[in-house]
Ligand binder design. Structure first.
Ligand code: 5GP
Length: 177
């Protein structure tokens, strides 16, 4: 199955059934690892909105949900800079925090955010990424919870965009070269 967004063609890569399986597995893994009532989940918008929503349906009612907004991509390329919004209003002092990312690529965004959370007094910060391009990862922090490891493909769907299109696709597609 193919989809065209703006000037580019994408082919089906990870179907919704596999996504659902991996979200359930991740949720079970997180519970095993001691995530519970006191955990604060911070989703990174816009890309993580679908994954965050699916994952949170498995979490305890006493957990807290927060969001930050980050942007580092222009088109299919990283700009190497991260623009942030919403960091100042997070109250994370003494909290067990899980940063929830749609995808970790170079790791710039996740490492920067995790550092900021720690500086504002979070007790512990762990990173959860639905997709992880481990080949191109340059961060120092461990990615504690990973949905699916992928090669260095540019992907869209399930929250991820190409120039603001494709976010609402329920499956994940990769760029055709
Ligand atoms: P990083 O800071 O790890 O290099 O990149 C993280 C952010 O870049 C992600 O949250 C996402 O917004 C964007 N990104 C990285 N790889 C991809 C990709 O393959 N497709 C899309 N649509 N965005 C990506």
């Amino acid at each position: 199955m193919r989809v065209r967004l703006k000037d580019k063609d994408f082919e089906l890569y990870i179907p919704r059934t596999r996504i659902d399986q991996e979200v359930s597995r991740l949720a079970a893994e997180m519970k095993e690892a001691g995530i519970g009532d006191r955990t604060v989940f911070v989703g990174v918008l816009k890309g993580a909105f679908m994954f965050f929503s699916d994952l949170m349906k498995h979490m305890p009612a006493g957990s807290r949900q927060e969001f930050v907004f980050a942007r580092s991509y222009a088109g299919t390329q990283s700009t190497g800079r991260v623009e942030m919004q919403g960091l100042n209003t997070l109250a994370l002092e003494g909290c067990d925090v899980i940063l929830v990312e749609d995808i970790v690529d170079s790791g710039l965004t996740a490492n920067y955010l995790a550092g900021q959370f720690q500086e504002t007094g979070a007790l512990r910060v762990r990173i959860c990424a639905f997709l992880f391009k481990s080949e191109v990862y340059r961060g120092l922090r461990e990615i504690d919870f990973v949905g699916i490891h992928i090669p260095n493909y540019f992907v869209v769907g399930y929250g991820l965009d190409y120039e603001e299109e494709g976010r609402c696709l329920p499956d994940i597609y990769r760029l055709l070269s």
